[in-house]
Write a protein that binds this ligand. Structure first.
Ligand code: C2E
Ligand code: CA
Ligand code: CA
Length: 496
């Protein structure tokens, strides 16, 4: 038991770890995708904006002084742009800082211009004060504009993504040169997103430290959830177990205190209106306070197996009651409800046989009822054997609730019943429903073909009584003649 608990805990812990790892991975994955596309979109629209503005300023006038002023204004007003230059024939022919400078451009810029004539980002120094910047170069007219962008500003901008998503990011141009990077450690997972025009890409990822933090954080949530679910389950289990236990011990207590008692309902001959027998029906005189009907507990007894103990208990009482019930009538019989489970339990059958052997009153006039509601098909051989072995002890067999279950013709023949009891629902509707009436007619015919005596159950009025009598049913059990009552009351009715 202790080992079992330990393993359950180890497995739960392992599952939690796996869930947290997967969860951390998925959420980081999502965050990377989200951040990358956000950063790419932002930078892309920023570049487009300054490009459009630059071109529109350049077209404002033919007067170069006027344009120079306008560019100076633009640069001063912008947080990102540090300088604007114009390149033609591989020479700077203009910057907003000094006019017509005619300096040749650097070698690597030349290469880029040849390779990426539609524009690019490149790491360069400003012409004037030699500060490291990221240049945005794009074609305009016969040449190219070069916008020197503040590297620190871009770095900072990219940096906001680290804080936001615990990620490390870098900005690359189309030559795969790293322009800005916030990375330091080795990353364990990276994703790349390209700008729509392909000019740059942003690559983000995370390192072990961030990943571990994510896992730990999620692990704590998963464990708390698991503990919660586990405690809900064990609480429910405990309640169910307690309930189960309490019913079981309640029954044991009831048996010990003789609270579980037999009631008897008379079975009457339709011809003579005399009693021919009785059915034993169980009642629970609960804590000697109220009489409980079997509908409230029989199912539970059948499910937990205690029905066996209860039936033995009832049979012991029947052994004492039976002579009084019969009142000298030698052919008087008492019907007792048994279950299929009893017939497949050899040890239990032995107990019943012992009980019969040691009680003369049980050796004649005892009928066992099997309900048609319980399926028999898979154990039919054993049932046939048990029924036959009990016949040697004088037991006769009745099929209860005929018409409500699934006993096929062949089963009926094989099990060889002595008595067939027609269910009360048939008796009830046979009066009003002509189809039921003809079914009932067939049932009686069938029963008689099988040489069974018929008992009609649930006869409550004279019309029903006449109906079943006319159909040829021999016996009746119903409220019209008698309700189930305790032994003393059953016997008192003789004195009337
Ligand atoms: P059942 O074996 O079909 O018993 C007949 C039921 O019909 C009894 O209900 C009886 O009181 C009721 N009944 C008899 N005549 C009439 C009538 O004219 N009208 C109506 N409406 N009902 C009538 P009860 O005593 O409540 O028993 C219910 C069921 O509980 C029984 O149905 C039987 O399946 C089960 N049961 C009772 N005692 C035992 C027992 O000792 N062992 C087992 N295994 N089951 C039992
Ligand atoms: Ca019955
Ligand atoms: Ca019945």
């Amino acid at each position: 038991m202790q080992h079992h608990k330990m393993w359950t805990a180890v497995i739960a812990l392992l599952i939690s770890v796996i869930i947290s790892i997967v969860w951390a991975f998925l959420s980081l994955e999502l965050q990377i995708a989200f951040n990358n596309s956000k950063a790419v979109n932002e930078l892309n629209s920023k570049l487009n904006e300054i490009k459009t503005k630059t071109i529109s300023i350049s077209r404002m006038s033919d007067d170069s002084v006027y344009i120079e002023d306008a560019f100076t204004q633009f640069v001063l007003a912008s947080r990102t742009i540090q300088e604007i230059a114009y390149i033609s024939n591989k020479q700077y022919i203009y910057t907003d800082r000094s006019q017509k400078i005619n300096i040749p451009i650097k070698e690597n810029l030349k290469q880029y211009l040849e390779q990426y004539p539609n524009g690019f980002l490149i790491r360069t120094n400003t012409s004037l004060n030699d500060v490291v910047t990221i240049s945005y170069v794009f074609p305009a007219g016969n040449g190219f504009f070069q916008l020197f962008l503040n590297k620190n500003y871009l770095s900072q901008w990219l940096g906001t993504y680290i804080v936001m998503g615990s990620l490390k990011s870098e900005l690359l141009n189309q030559a795969e040169v790293r322009l800005i990077s916030t990375k330091s450690e080795q990353l364990i997972h990276e994703e790349r997103e390209y700008s729509p025009d392909g000019i740059f890409s942003i690559q983000s990822g995370y390192d072990w430290a961030i990943y571990f933090n994510f896992v730990i954080y999620r692990f704590s949530i998963v464990v708390v959830l698991m503990l919660f679910v586990a405690s809900v389950f064990s609480f429910a289990y405990m309640l169910a177990y307690k309930y189960h236990l309490s019913f079981e011990s309640d029954v044991l207590r009831g048996l010990k205190n003789n609270e579980i008692i037999p009631y008897y309902q008379a079975i009457v001959s339709n011809k003579t209106k005399q009693r021919v027998g009785a059915e034993l029906l169980c009642r629970w005189y609960y804590r000697r306070q109220k009489i409980m009907d079997p509908s409230t507990f029989i199912n539970k007894l059948e499910n937990n197996g205690q029905i066996k103990e209860v039936t033995l208990h009832l049979l012991r009482q029947l052994a004492k009651d039976k002579p009084h019930l019969a009142d000298g009538n030698d052919s008087f019989y008492v019907s007792v409800n048994v279950t299929i489970d009893m017939l497949t339990d050899e040890a239990y059958l032995d107990e019943i046989k012992t009980l019969i052997s040691s009680n003369k009153s049980l050796q004649t006039g005892l009928v066992f009822e099997l309900t048609e509601r319980q399926a028999v098909s898979d154990k039919i051989n054993q049932i046939v054997k048990s029924m036959a072995s009990l016949r040697k002890y004088g037991i006769r067999w009745a099929l209860d609730d005929f018409g409500t279950g699934y006993a096929g013709l062949s089963t009926l023949k094989t099990l060889n019943f002595d008595i067939i009891k027609i269910d009360k629902t048939f008796v009830e509707s046979s009066v009003t429903d002509s189809v039921t009436h003809s079914i009932l007619f067939k049932m009686v015919e069938l029963a008689h073909d099988l040489q069974c005596t018929m008992v009609a159950e649930g006869v409550e009025n004279e019309i029903q009584a006449k109906k079943v009598t006319d159909l040829g049913v021999e016996y009746t059990q119903g409220y019209l003649y008698a309700k189930p009552v305790a032994k003393d009351q059953f016997c008192r009715l003789y004195d009337k």
